[in-house]
Ligand binder design. Structure first.
Ligand SMILES: C[S@@+](CC[C@H](N)C(=O)[O-])C[C@H]1O[C@@H](n2cnc3c(N)ncnc32)[C@H](O)[C@@H]1O
Length: 289
């Protein structure tokens, strides 16, 4: 059976490279599961079904028969799709506050292939429409990067507990530090550039973060540093070799092409996962839990 893989907006070409045999509908790629899980995916439609219908009412009835909550993927025939969607149980997610629990209800996705056929997956990998959670934003932090941490913490259901020690590298101007101090973690922030004066971690080290040695007291290690994924991997390997049991959150930032070899090395690290967050740019987020 095939799956539908929805590329993150703006990263369709990256997914096209990973799934060269797929049939493509805009951001959605229909493909047999490849040997290696594709990386540039925002939402996976599990085994979507082809459904023929005779009318708008019939389409909505057939969707209701196989699933409760649905998001329409507006690839084409947008007006007709909207009319069908109106006949489905109302689902209009509001932006979430942070912290919030991951919605538990499965969310289906569907699209129109022509005016008598739809493609529908009652189960997708994300409970958020198109895998894109929206959060109630706050004007306080110095940049929008904080939403990446909110998204990761929401998706994984894990975040530092009050009093846990976080080492954060590449911390300037300080949005991640702000998230961590707000949840009452202890934070040592490191950057060669200063933090925004409003941001007050427990300690700030103005230095090259990659000269820091592994520290067994660190509970969580964070990196949003502007560094090559390879440099980051070599530094993380030192921590792993030291026996560190820290949870780790790293943004892999790609310049130009995706460095798949290094991305797959991160992915192979035990007890870890690699994902594209909806709020990532040309980046992937690696989480060791
Ligand atoms: C995208 S910014 C981080 C934004 C930050 N996460 C936030 O939420 O505000 C990347 C940072 O990495 C820092 N950086 C890059 N290489 C570094 C290094 N070797 N040591 C320390 N900081 C570094 C840069 O100075 C820059 O401030």
């Amino acid at each position: 059976m095939k799956n539908g893989y929805l590329a993150p907006a703006g990263f369709e070409e990256q997914l096209a490279q990973e799934l060269p045999e797929a049939k493509r509908f805009g951001r959605l790629f229909l493909s047999h599961p490849p040997a290696q899980r594709p990386l540039w995916v925002q939402n996976t439609w599990h085994e979507p079904q082809l459904i023929s219908f005779t009318s708008i009412t019939d389409a909505a009835k057939k969707l209701r028969e196989i699933g409760k909550l649905w998001t329409f993927y507006p690839y084409q025939l947008v007006r007709k799709g909207a009319l069908i969607q109106e006949k489905l149980p109302f689902f209009s997610p509001k932006p979430h506050p942070f912290p919030c629990l991951l919605p538990r209800a499965p969310l289906g996705s569907w699209m129109l292939l022509d005016d008598k056929t739809l493609l529908a997956a009652p189960n997708t990998s994300s409970p958020f429409p198109n895998g894109e959670p929206q959060f109630l934003q706050t004007p306080i932090p110095p940049s929008r990067a904080y939403i990446k941490l909110w998204e990761l913490f929401t998706l994984t259901g894990q975040m530092p507990k009050p009093g846990e020690l976080c080492l954060e590298i590449g911390a300037s101007p300080g949005s991640w530090t702000w998230v961590l101090t707000e949840i009452k973690a202890r934070v040592t922030a490191v950057d060669r550039a200063p933090l925004d004066p409003k941001i007050t971690p427990d300690a700030f080290l103005k230095k090259d973060a990659f000269t820091l040695d592994p520290d067994p007291c660190v509970d969580w290690l964070f990196s949003d540093a502007a560094a090559t994924p390879e440099k980051l991997l070599r530094w993380i390997e030192k921590w792993l070799l030291s026996g560190s049991r820290a949870k780790m959150v790293c943004t892999l930032k790609f310049q130009g092409k995706t460095d798949y070899a290094i991305a797959r090395e991160f992915e192979k690290i035990p007890d870890s996962s690699l994902m594209h967050l909806a709020h990532n740019k040309h980046e992937l987020t690696w989480f060791r839990h």
